[in-house]
Design a protein around this ligand. Structure first.
Ligand code: NAD
Length: 353
Protein backbone atom coordinates (compact mmCIF):
# COMPACT_ATOMS: atom_id res chain seq x y z
CA UNK A 1 0.00 0.00 0.00
CA UNK A 2 2.84 2.40 0.88
CA UNK A 3 4.68 1.79 -2.38
CA UNK A 4 1.44 2.22 -4.34
CA UNK A 5 0.75 5.51 -2.57
CA UNK A 6 4.26 6.80 -3.20
CA UNK A 7 3.58 6.28 -6.93
CA UNK A 8 5.84 8.54 -8.95
CA UNK A 9 6.68 10.82 -6.06
CA UNK A 10 9.90 8.90 -5.34
CA UNK A 11 10.13 9.12 -1.56
CA UNK A 12 13.39 7.89 -0.10
CA UNK A 13 11.94 6.57 3.14
CA UNK A 14 8.57 6.24 4.86
CA UNK A 15 8.74 5.08 8.48
CA UNK A 16 5.88 4.07 10.76
CA UNK A 17 6.30 4.33 14.54
CA UNK A 18 4.12 3.04 17.36
CA UNK A 19 4.31 3.20 21.14
CA UNK A 20 1.49 1.21 22.75
CA UNK A 21 2.00 2.79 26.18
CA UNK A 22 1.27 6.33 24.99
CA UNK A 23 -0.90 5.47 21.97
CA UNK A 24 1.63 6.99 19.58
CA UNK A 25 1.07 6.20 15.93
CA UNK A 26 3.24 8.31 13.66
CA UNK A 27 4.40 8.31 10.06
CA UNK A 28 7.57 10.12 9.04
CA UNK A 29 8.05 10.64 5.30
CA UNK A 30 11.46 11.60 3.97
CA UNK A 31 11.02 12.68 0.39
CA UNK A 32 14.44 13.77 -0.80
CA UNK A 33 17.74 14.45 0.99
CA UNK A 34 19.85 15.35 -2.05
CA UNK A 35 20.36 18.91 -0.86
CA UNK A 36 20.60 18.07 2.86
CA UNK A 37 18.68 16.52 5.77
CA UNK A 38 14.92 16.65 5.39
CA UNK A 39 13.04 19.25 7.42
CA UNK A 40 9.32 19.66 7.95
CA UNK A 41 6.79 19.98 10.72
CA UNK A 42 4.84 17.34 12.62
CA UNK A 43 1.09 17.56 12.13
CA UNK A 44 -1.24 15.94 14.68
CA UNK A 45 -4.68 15.14 13.30
CA UNK A 46 -7.53 12.72 13.78
CA UNK A 47 -7.39 11.42 10.21
CA UNK A 48 -10.46 9.63 8.87
CA UNK A 49 -8.34 6.64 7.87
CA UNK A 50 -4.69 5.59 7.97
CA UNK A 51 -4.62 5.99 4.18
CA UNK A 52 -5.62 9.66 4.50
CA UNK A 53 -2.75 10.20 6.94
CA UNK A 54 -0.32 8.50 4.57
CA UNK A 55 -1.49 10.55 1.58
CA UNK A 56 -1.17 13.76 3.60
CA UNK A 57 2.35 13.07 4.81
CA UNK A 58 3.54 11.99 1.35
CA UNK A 59 2.10 15.11 -0.30
CA UNK A 60 3.39 17.50 2.35
CA UNK A 61 6.90 16.05 2.48
CA UNK A 62 7.26 16.30 -1.31
CA UNK A 63 6.17 19.93 -1.13
CA UNK A 64 8.88 20.58 1.49
CA UNK A 65 11.56 19.37 -0.94
CA UNK A 66 10.47 22.02 -3.44
CA UNK A 67 10.10 24.69 -0.78
CA UNK A 68 13.64 24.15 0.56
CA UNK A 69 15.17 23.99 -2.92
CA UNK A 70 13.33 27.15 -4.04
CA UNK A 71 14.71 28.95 -0.98
CA UNK A 72 18.29 27.86 -1.88
CA UNK A 73 18.55 25.98 1.43
CA UNK A 74 20.88 23.02 1.99
CA UNK A 75 17.91 20.95 3.12
CA UNK A 76 15.62 18.27 1.80
CA UNK A 77 11.92 17.65 2.24
CA UNK A 78 10.29 15.70 5.04
CA UNK A 79 7.14 15.78 7.10
CA UNK A 80 5.50 13.76 9.85
CA UNK A 81 2.00 13.05 11.04
CA UNK A 82 0.83 11.80 14.42
CA UNK A 83 -2.52 10.07 14.08
CA UNK A 84 -5.17 10.90 16.66
CA UNK A 85 -7.26 13.60 18.25
CA UNK A 86 -4.89 15.96 20.10
CA UNK A 87 -7.57 16.63 22.76
CA UNK A 88 -7.67 12.95 23.72
CA UNK A 89 -4.16 11.80 22.94
CA UNK A 90 -1.71 14.63 23.48
CA UNK A 91 0.68 14.00 26.38
CA UNK A 92 4.29 14.69 27.26
CA UNK A 93 4.96 10.94 27.27
CA UNK A 94 3.63 10.66 23.71
CA UNK A 95 5.84 13.49 22.46
CA UNK A 96 8.84 11.99 24.29
CA UNK A 97 8.19 8.68 22.53
CA UNK A 98 7.86 10.56 19.28
CA UNK A 99 11.14 12.38 20.00
CA UNK A 100 12.87 8.99 20.33
CA UNK A 101 11.36 7.98 16.98
CA UNK A 102 12.75 11.11 15.32
CA UNK A 103 16.11 10.49 16.99
CA UNK A 104 16.44 7.00 15.60
CA UNK A 105 16.37 8.47 12.08
CA UNK A 106 19.82 9.83 12.91
CA UNK A 107 19.29 13.37 11.61
CA UNK A 108 17.87 12.41 8.21
CA UNK A 109 14.64 14.08 9.40
CA UNK A 110 14.42 17.30 11.45
CA UNK A 111 11.03 18.12 12.90
CA UNK A 112 9.24 21.35 13.81
CA UNK A 113 5.84 22.84 14.59
CA UNK A 114 2.76 22.37 12.43
CA UNK A 115 -1.00 21.99 12.85
CA UNK A 116 -1.68 20.99 16.49
CA UNK A 117 1.98 20.90 17.49
CA UNK A 118 3.58 23.96 19.02
CA UNK A 119 6.69 25.27 20.73
CA UNK A 120 5.90 23.47 24.02
CA UNK A 121 5.67 20.14 22.16
CA UNK A 122 9.01 20.81 20.44
CA UNK A 123 10.55 21.42 23.87
CA UNK A 124 9.36 17.95 24.94
CA UNK A 125 10.72 16.36 21.74
CA UNK A 126 14.06 18.13 22.37
CA UNK A 127 14.49 16.07 25.59
CA UNK A 128 14.98 13.04 23.34
CA UNK A 129 16.62 14.35 20.16
CA UNK A 130 18.69 17.22 18.77
CA UNK A 131 16.88 16.99 15.46
CA UNK A 132 14.15 19.46 16.28
CA UNK A 133 13.67 23.19 15.65
CA UNK A 134 11.03 25.68 16.74
CA UNK A 135 11.79 25.15 20.45
CA UNK A 136 11.64 27.93 23.03
CA UNK A 137 15.46 28.10 22.87
CA UNK A 138 15.34 28.74 19.14
CA UNK A 139 15.22 31.84 16.98
CA UNK A 140 11.66 32.78 17.98
CA UNK A 141 8.48 33.30 15.98
CA UNK A 142 9.27 33.04 12.24
CA UNK A 143 6.09 34.90 11.19
CA UNK A 144 7.56 38.44 10.86
CA UNK A 145 10.38 36.94 8.77
CA UNK A 146 7.83 35.10 6.64
CA UNK A 147 6.05 38.43 6.15
CA UNK A 148 9.35 40.11 5.24
CA UNK A 149 9.88 37.54 2.48
CA UNK A 150 6.31 38.01 1.24
CA UNK A 151 6.86 41.78 1.20
CA UNK A 152 9.94 41.38 -1.01
CA UNK A 153 8.03 38.92 -3.18
CA UNK A 154 5.25 41.48 -3.64
CA UNK A 155 7.88 44.05 -4.67
CA UNK A 156 9.27 41.62 -7.26
CA UNK A 157 5.74 41.28 -8.66
CA UNK A 158 5.23 45.06 -8.87
CA UNK A 159 8.61 45.37 -10.58
CA UNK A 160 7.47 42.85 -13.17
CA UNK A 161 3.94 44.24 -13.67
CA UNK A 162 4.40 48.00 -13.20
CA UNK A 163 8.15 48.41 -13.80
CA UNK A 164 8.88 49.61 -10.27
CA UNK A 165 9.49 47.58 -7.14
CA UNK A 166 8.05 50.29 -4.92
CA UNK A 167 4.54 49.53 -3.67
CA UNK A 168 3.93 53.21 -2.96
CA UNK A 169 0.40 54.15 -3.99
CA UNK A 170 -0.51 50.55 -4.89
CA UNK A 171 -3.74 49.19 -3.48
CA UNK A 172 -3.08 46.01 -1.54
CA UNK A 173 -5.86 43.86 -0.08
CA UNK A 174 -4.70 41.59 2.75
CA UNK A 175 -6.94 38.68 3.69
CA UNK A 176 -6.13 37.52 7.23
CA UNK A 177 -4.66 39.75 9.92
CA UNK A 178 -2.84 37.05 11.82
CA UNK A 179 0.86 36.85 12.59
CA UNK A 180 1.91 37.07 8.92
CA UNK A 181 -0.81 39.41 7.59
CA UNK A 182 -0.26 41.97 10.33
CA UNK A 183 3.52 42.24 9.78
CA UNK A 184 3.02 42.34 6.01
CA UNK A 185 0.53 45.20 6.36
CA UNK A 186 3.01 47.15 8.49
CA UNK A 187 5.84 46.71 5.96
CA UNK A 188 3.61 47.73 3.05
CA UNK A 189 2.30 50.80 4.90
CA UNK A 190 5.89 51.86 5.62
CA UNK A 191 6.56 51.61 1.86
CA UNK A 192 3.61 53.91 1.13
CA UNK A 193 1.12 51.31 -0.10
CA UNK A 194 -2.60 51.87 0.33
CA UNK A 195 -3.67 48.88 2.43
CA UNK A 196 -7.11 47.32 2.93
CA UNK A 197 -7.46 44.54 5.50
CA UNK A 198 -10.04 41.92 6.33
CA UNK A 199 -10.35 39.03 8.79
CA UNK A 200 -13.16 36.86 10.12
CA UNK A 201 -12.14 38.20 13.52
CA UNK A 202 -13.73 41.66 13.39
CA UNK A 203 -12.22 42.71 16.71
CA UNK A 204 -8.72 42.08 15.35
CA UNK A 205 -9.53 44.20 12.28
CA UNK A 206 -10.96 47.06 14.36
CA UNK A 207 -8.00 47.04 16.75
CA UNK A 208 -5.53 47.10 13.84
CA UNK A 209 -7.44 49.89 12.08
CA UNK A 210 -7.38 52.03 15.21
CA UNK A 211 -3.57 51.91 15.20
CA UNK A 212 -2.85 52.02 11.47
CA UNK A 213 -3.96 53.99 8.45
CA UNK A 214 -5.84 51.18 6.67
CA UNK A 215 -9.23 50.60 5.09
CA UNK A 216 -11.27 47.62 6.29
CA UNK A 217 -13.85 45.43 4.58
CA UNK A 218 -16.03 42.54 5.83
CA UNK A 219 -14.42 39.14 5.28
CA UNK A 220 -17.23 37.96 2.96
CA UNK A 221 -16.71 40.99 0.67
CA UNK A 222 -13.13 40.13 -0.24
CA UNK A 223 -13.87 39.06 -3.80
CA UNK A 224 -16.07 42.11 -4.50
CA UNK A 225 -13.14 44.43 -3.86
CA UNK A 226 -10.90 45.64 -6.66
CA UNK A 227 -7.21 46.16 -5.85
CA UNK A 228 -3.77 46.01 -7.51
CA UNK A 229 -2.45 43.22 -5.31
CA UNK A 230 -4.46 40.57 -3.50
CA UNK A 231 -2.46 39.06 -0.61
CA UNK A 232 -4.10 35.95 0.89
CA UNK A 233 -2.62 35.49 4.38
CA UNK A 234 -5.30 33.37 6.05
CA UNK A 235 -6.27 29.95 4.73
CA UNK A 236 -5.64 27.77 1.68
CA UNK A 237 -7.84 27.15 -1.34
CA UNK A 238 -9.00 30.77 -1.77
CA UNK A 239 -8.11 30.81 -5.47
CA UNK A 240 -10.51 28.39 -7.13
CA UNK A 241 -13.01 28.00 -9.97
CA UNK A 242 -15.54 30.18 -8.18
CA UNK A 243 -13.22 33.04 -7.13
CA UNK A 244 -10.97 33.39 -10.21
CA UNK A 245 -13.69 35.01 -12.38
CA UNK A 246 -14.45 37.44 -9.52
CA UNK A 247 -10.86 38.65 -9.07
CA UNK A 248 -10.24 42.27 -10.02
CA UNK A 249 -6.49 42.60 -9.44
CA UNK A 250 -3.16 42.38 -11.30
CA UNK A 251 -1.23 40.28 -8.79
CA UNK A 252 -1.97 37.49 -6.32
CA UNK A 253 0.88 37.23 -3.79
CA UNK A 254 0.41 36.29 -0.16
CA UNK A 255 1.76 34.29 2.76
CA UNK A 256 -0.91 31.58 3.04
CA UNK A 257 -0.04 27.97 2.23
CA UNK A 258 -1.85 26.20 -0.62
CA UNK A 259 -3.43 29.40 -1.99
CA UNK A 260 -4.53 27.57 -5.15
CA UNK A 261 -7.29 25.00 -4.70
CA UNK A 262 -5.60 23.03 -7.51
CA UNK A 263 -2.41 23.43 -9.56
CA UNK A 264 -4.38 24.12 -12.73
CA UNK A 265 -5.57 27.38 -11.16
CA UNK A 266 -2.09 28.84 -11.80
CA UNK A 267 -2.85 28.53 -15.52
CA UNK A 268 -6.34 29.98 -15.04
CA UNK A 269 -4.82 33.06 -13.36
CA UNK A 270 -2.26 33.44 -16.13
CA UNK A 271 -5.05 33.20 -18.71
CA UNK A 272 -6.77 36.09 -16.94
CA UNK A 273 -3.54 38.14 -17.07
CA UNK A 274 -3.01 37.94 -13.30
CA UNK A 275 0.53 37.36 -12.02
CA UNK A 276 0.59 34.65 -9.33
CA UNK A 277 3.60 34.39 -7.00
CA UNK A 278 3.82 30.70 -5.99
CA UNK A 279 3.03 30.43 -2.27
CA UNK A 280 5.85 28.05 -1.46
CA UNK A 281 8.39 30.49 -2.88
CA UNK A 282 7.03 33.69 -1.39
CA UNK A 283 6.33 32.31 2.11
CA UNK A 284 9.71 30.56 2.43
CA UNK A 285 10.84 32.95 5.20
CA UNK A 286 9.46 30.65 7.89
CA UNK A 287 11.48 27.70 6.63
CA UNK A 288 14.54 29.94 6.24
CA UNK A 289 14.21 30.89 9.93
CA UNK A 290 13.97 27.34 11.28
CA UNK A 291 16.76 26.23 8.94
CA UNK A 292 18.95 28.99 10.43
CA UNK A 293 18.08 27.69 13.86
CA UNK A 294 19.25 24.18 12.95
CA UNK A 295 22.27 25.05 10.84
CA UNK A 296 23.39 27.96 13.04
CA UNK A 297 22.82 31.64 12.45
CA UNK A 298 20.99 34.68 13.66
CA UNK A 299 17.55 36.16 13.20
CA UNK A 300 19.11 39.09 11.33
CA UNK A 301 20.64 36.67 8.82
CA UNK A 302 17.24 35.03 8.39
CA UNK A 303 15.72 38.45 7.60
CA UNK A 304 18.43 39.04 4.97
CA UNK A 305 17.87 35.65 3.36
CA UNK A 306 14.10 36.17 3.35
CA UNK A 307 14.60 39.48 1.54
CA UNK A 308 16.46 37.58 -1.20
CA UNK A 309 13.15 35.84 -2.02
CA UNK A 310 12.35 38.95 -4.09
CA UNK A 311 15.26 38.56 -6.52
CA UNK A 312 14.74 34.81 -6.79
CA UNK A 313 11.06 35.27 -7.56
CA UNK A 314 11.88 37.85 -10.21
CA UNK A 315 14.22 35.29 -11.83
CA UNK A 316 11.37 32.77 -11.84
CA UNK A 317 8.94 35.31 -13.32
CA UNK A 318 11.43 36.03 -16.12
CA UNK A 319 11.95 32.31 -16.70
CA UNK A 320 8.17 31.86 -16.95
CA UNK A 321 7.94 34.65 -19.52
CA UNK A 322 10.78 33.12 -21.55
CA UNK A 323 9.21 29.65 -21.48
CA UNK A 324 5.65 30.98 -21.88
CA UNK A 325 4.54 29.10 -18.82
CA UNK A 326 3.23 29.87 -15.33
CA UNK A 327 5.52 31.13 -12.58
CA UNK A 328 4.53 27.99 -10.65
CA UNK A 329 5.99 25.80 -13.42
CA UNK A 330 9.11 27.99 -13.50
CA UNK A 331 9.48 27.73 -9.70
CA UNK A 332 9.16 23.93 -9.85
CA UNK A 333 11.77 23.88 -12.62
CA UNK A 334 14.11 26.08 -10.56
CA UNK A 335 13.76 23.74 -7.57
CA UNK A 336 14.34 20.63 -9.70
CA UNK A 337 17.44 22.23 -11.24
CA UNK A 338 18.90 22.86 -7.75
CA UNK A 339 18.40 19.19 -6.88
CA UNK A 340 19.74 17.89 -10.19
CA UNK A 341 22.84 20.12 -9.95
CA UNK A 342 23.53 18.70 -6.48
CA UNK A 343 22.98 15.16 -7.74
CA UNK A 344 25.73 15.62 -10.26
CA UNK A 345 28.24 16.24 -7.46
CA UNK A 346 26.87 14.05 -4.63
CA UNK A 347 26.15 10.34 -5.04
CA UNK A 348 22.59 9.42 -4.03
CA UNK A 349 23.89 6.53 -1.90
CA UNK A 350 27.31 7.06 -0.30
CA UNK A 351 30.02 4.98 -2.04
CA UNK A 352 32.09 2.63 0.11
CA UNK A 353 35.82 2.15 -0.16
P1 NAD B 1 -2.62 33.03 12.07
O1 NAD B 1 -3.45 31.92 12.60
O2 NAD B 1 -1.83 33.88 13.01
O3 NAD B 1 -3.55 34.05 11.23
C1 NAD B 1 -4.52 33.65 10.33
C2 NAD B 1 -5.59 34.74 10.36
O4 NAD B 1 -6.52 34.48 9.29
C3 NAD B 1 -6.40 34.78 11.65
O5 NAD B 1 -6.44 36.09 12.15
C4 NAD B 1 -7.79 34.28 11.21
O6 NAD B 1 -8.84 34.87 11.97
C5 NAD B 1 -7.83 34.73 9.79
N1 NAD B 1 -8.76 34.01 8.93
C6 NAD B 1 -9.07 32.69 8.90
N2 NAD B 1 -9.97 32.43 7.94
C7 NAD B 1 -10.22 33.61 7.32
C8 NAD B 1 -11.03 33.98 6.24
N3 NAD B 1 -11.79 33.09 5.60
N4 NAD B 1 -11.06 35.29 5.87
C9 NAD B 1 -10.30 36.20 6.50
N5 NAD B 1 -9.49 35.90 7.54
C10 NAD B 1 -9.46 34.62 7.94
O7 NAD B 1 -1.70 32.38 10.97
P2 NAD B 1 -0.34 32.95 10.36
O8 NAD B 1 0.81 32.36 11.10
O9 NAD B 1 -0.45 34.41 10.17
O10 NAD B 1 -0.35 32.22 8.94
C11 NAD B 1 -1.19 32.66 7.89
C12 NAD B 1 -1.01 31.75 6.69
O11 NAD B 1 0.36 31.76 6.29
C13 NAD B 1 -1.37 30.30 6.92
O12 NAD B 1 -1.88 29.76 5.72
C14 NAD B 1 -0.01 29.65 7.22
O13 NAD B 1 0.00 28.27 6.91
C15 NAD B 1 0.88 30.43 6.28
N6 NAD B 1 2.29 30.46 6.66
C16 NAD B 1 2.66 30.98 7.84
C17 NAD B 1 4.00 31.02 8.18
C18 NAD B 1 4.46 31.63 9.49
O14 NAD B 1 5.67 31.84 9.64
N7 NAD B 1 3.55 31.94 10.41
C19 NAD B 1 4.97 30.51 7.30
C20 NAD B 1 4.56 29.99 6.06
C21 NAD B 1 3.21 29.97 5.75
Amino acid sequence: MVFDSIGDRDHEQVSHFTDPETGLQAIVAIHDTTLGPSLGGTRMLDYETEQHALEDVLRLSQAMTYKAAAADLPLGGGKAVILGNPDDLKSEALFEAYGRAVDCLGGRYITSVDVNSGVADMDVIARETDHVVGTSNGLGDPSPITAHGVYHGVRACTESVYGTESTSGREVLIQGLGKVGRSLAEELLADGASVTVTDIDENAVDAFAREHDVETIPSDAVFDQSCDIFAPCAVGGVINDETIPQLDCDIVAGGANNILAERRHATALRDRGILYAPDYVINGGGLITVAKEYLGGTREEAYEEAAAIGDRLLEMIELAEERETTVLEAADAYAREQIEAAERTTPAVPTQL
